[in-house]
Ligand binder design. Structure first.
Ligand code: HEC
Length: 512
C-alpha cells in the first residue's frame, strides 16, 4: 500500500509538471523580458525615453504613448481585416514561412533581423516599400532593438491556446453513453445551435467559434483524462457547460493549474475562481429557503435541522449548516437520514427525490409534520408521490420561475427547441445551457480581439445585469462566482402538485 501511495504521488507530481510545461509560456530570458516591456509599455531597458515619429509629418511622441501592443495587440495578432490595419507580428508569418508575404496590398520576401529593425525604425518593408505612416517609426538603441527582436520571436509562445487568427476554440465534456447521455445530448444541441447562430453573424471579433466535445466516460479517472486532453491536446481556450459530475473537486484543481476559465454549473462542492456558474449553488438556494423560514414562517433560531441522504451530500450539507450559522440559526450538526423520524419544526433536506419521499413517509408515520425545505433540482420529481398532508408544508427553491420569462426569452427558447427538436420537458437544462453560453459570449465580446484567459476572467467578473429573458438578471463580481446569488421560494400545494411563489428571487447578502 505504502509503495502504491508513493507511486501515485509521483505520478501526480509528474502530471503537474507536464501541464505546467506545455500550457504556461516558458520563462523569458532577461533580454526577452526587457523586449516585452518595450513591446507592451514602450519603455527602454536604459534610462532613455524612447521616441516614436508618427504620421506623414513625422511628429515626435514618447513611445510610452504608442507601445506596439496598443496597435498590434498584446498577443501580437494584430487586427484582422479591412483597410490598412496593424498586421499580425507572428514570427512564423514574418520570417520563417516560405515564399512571398502579402499584407495591406504590399508584397515582400521574408523578414530578417536587420530588415525587421529597418521596418520598426524607418518604416520600410523588406522589399524597400514604405509602410503606411500609421505605423510609427521608433528611435531605438541597439540594445532595445535586440531585446525587442528577441521578444517578437517569442510572442507566439505567450498566447493562450485556442485563440487563432480566425478561430476561437471552446471545449466541453458531455457523456454519450450511460445515464447522463440524454443530458449530454440536450446540452450539445443547445451549444451547437447557439454557436451556429453566432457564426452566421460573423462570430466574435472576426473569429468563428468552434466547439470541441469529448466524452468524459463514467469514472473519475476517465473524466480526468478527457479533461486533460481537452485542455492539452485540443487546446480549448475556455470550457462551457460540461456535464461531468464525477470530476468533483478535480475539475477546479485542473482549471486552476492551467488558468482555464469555465462557464457552467460546477460539480457539487467545486468552488474555484476559474468557475463561473450562472445558476445559484445548491447551498445558496437552501439558504434562501432558510431566510424565508425565519421571516415568513417565524421559525425560532433552534427550529431547523439539516438532514442529508447519501454520503456524497455530506460535505454540501455541512456547507449549508455553516451558512445557517451565519444567518443566525443554531444547528449543532448535520444528520444522515437512515429511516429515523426526525423531530424538528423545520428540516433542510439534501439528497435525491426517492429519499425525500421516504423521509416524508417516515415523518408522517410518526405523526410529525415539519416544514420540509429542499432544492427543486433535487426533489421536484418526487412531489407526485407525497400525501396531501404535506400541502403548504414543502418549500422549494427555484433559481427562476415562469414569471421571469419575457416574451423575447421565451421566443428564443422555443426557437432553439424547434430547430433542434428538443423536448420542452427538459427546459431547465436548456435554460441553464443557454445562460452559460450567453454569459461566456457576452464576456468574449467585451474583451475584444486581444483574447486571453486572464482578460476573459476579468470580463466575466465585470458582468452585471445580464438580461437572459429566462432568469432574473445575472451578474458576477471579483469575489462572486454565481450569476444568481439566491433563489425564489415556492410553496407546494397537494394534490396536484400546485406551486405558489412566496418570495421572489433576491440576492442573499453574503452569498459567495
Ligand atoms: C499606432 C499604431 C501602431 C503602433 C503603435 C505600432 N504599429 Fe506596427 N504597424 C501598424 C500598421 C497600421 C502597420 C501596417 C503598415 C502597412 O502595412 O503599410 C504596421 C506594420 C508593422 C510591421 C510590418 C509588418 C509587415 O507585415 O510588413 C512591423 C514589423 C511592425 N508594425 C512592428 C511594430 C512594432 C515592433 C511596434 C512597436 C515598437 C509597432 N509596430 C507599433 C501600426 C502600429
Amino acid at each position: 500500500m505504502a509503495i502504491l501511495g508513493t507511486h501515485f504521488r509521483l505520478a501526480a507530481a509528474f502530471l503537474c509538471l507536464a501541464i505546467h510545461g506545455s500550457v504556461f509560456a516558458l520563462d523569458l530570458t532577461a533580454n526577452e523580458q526587457a523586449g516585452k516591456r518595450l513591446y507592451r509599455e514602450g519603455v527602454s531597458s536604459s534610462d532613455v525615453q524612447l521616441q516614436a515619429r508618427v504620421g506623414a509629418s513625422d511628429m515626435s511622441v514618447p513611445a510610452t504613448v504608442l507601445p506596439c501592443a496598443s496597435c498590434h495587440g498584446s498577443d501580437g495578432r494584430g487586427r484582422a481585416e479591412g483597410g490598412v490595419r496593424p498586421p499580425s507580428l507572428d514570427w512564423q508569418r514574418l520570417a520563417q514561412g516560405q515564399g512571398e508575404r502579402q499584407v495591406n496590398g504590399r508584397r515582400y520576401p521574408a523578414y530578417t533581423d536587420s530588415t525587421l529593425a529597418r521596418a520598426i525604425q524607418q518604416g520600410l518593408d523588406p522589399s524597400g516599400k514604405r509602410l503606411d505612416p500609421a505605423m510609427p517609426r521608433f528611435d531605438l538603441t541597439l540594445a532595445d532593438q535586440r531585446n525587442l527582436t528577441a521578444y517578437l520571436k517569442r510572442l507566439a509562445d505567450e498566447r493562450d491556446p485556442g485563440v487563432e487568427e480566425g478561430v476561437l476554440r471552446l471545449g466541453t465534456l458531455l457523456p454519450s453513453q450511460g445515464p447522463l447521455a440524454g443530458a449530454g445530448q440536450v446540452v450539445r444541441a443547445v451549444l451547437e445551435d447557439g454557436l451556429a447562430q453566432l457564426n452566421q453573424q460573423g462570430g466574435i471579433h472576426g473569429r468563428r467559434l468552434q466547439l470541441v466535445v469529448l466524452d468524459p466516460g463514467d469514472t473519475p479517472a476517465s473524466a480526468e483524462q478527457a479533461l486533460h486532453r481537452l485542455i492539452q491536446e485540443q487546446q480549448a481556450f475556455a470550457l462551457v457547460a460540461p456535464v461531468a459530475p464525477m470530476l468533483d473537486t478535480r475539475l477546479a484543481a485542473m482549471l486552476e493549474r492551467t488558468d482555464v476559465p469555465l462557464v457552467g454549473s460546477a460539480p457539487q462542492g467545486a468552488v474555484s475562481k476559474q468557475i463561473f456558474d450562472p445558476m445559484p449553488a445548491l447551498s445558496t438556494q437552501l439558504l434562501s429557503l432558510a431566510a424565508y423560514a425565519r421571516t415568513g414562517l417565524g421559525l425560532s433560531p433552534q427550529g431547523l435541522r439539516v438532514v442529508y441522504a447519501g454520503a456524497e451530500q455530506a460535505a454540501l450539507a455541512e456547507q449549508v449548516r455553516q451558512g445557517l450559522q451565519v444567518q443566525g440559526w443554531s444547528v449543532a450538526a448535520v444528520e444522515a437520514f437512515n429511516g429515523q423520524a426526525i423531530d424538528s419544526p423545520g428540516i433542510v433536506f439534501l439528497g435525491h427525490a426517492q429519499a425525500f419521499v421516504e423521509l416524508a413517509a417516515t415523518l408522517q408515520a410518526a405523526g410529525r409534520e415539519p416544514y420540509l425545505l429542499a432544492a427543486s433540482s433535487q426533489v421536484a420529481g418526487a412531489l407526485g408521490g407525497l400525501a396531501e398532508q404535506w400541502s403548504q408544508r414543502i418549500l422549494l427553491a427555484y433559481p427562476y420561475v415562469p414569471g421571469d420569462w419575457t416574451e423575447q426569452g421565451l421566443a428564443n427558447l422555443a426557437a432553439v427547441q424547434q430547430r433542434q427538436g428538443l423536448d420542452r420537458r427538459q427546459a431547465a437544462l436548456q435554460v441553464n445551457t443557454l445562460c452559460a453560453l450567453r454569459v461566456l459570449t457576452e464576456a468574449l465580446k467585451q474583451i475584444g480581439r486581444d483574447a486571453s484567459r486572464e482578460r476573459l476572467v476579468a470580463a466575466l467578473e465585470g458582468l452585471h445585469d445580464i438580461d437572459t429573458g429566462l432568469t432574473p438578471a445575472l451578474g458576477f463580481g471579483p469575489g462572486r462566482r454565481q450569476g444568481l446569488a439566491g433563489a425564489h421560494v415556492v410553496s407546494v400545494s397537494l394534490p396536484g402538485p400546485g406551486f405558489t411563489s412566496v418570495t421572489p428571487y433576491r440576492p442573499l447578502p453574503d452569498a459567495p
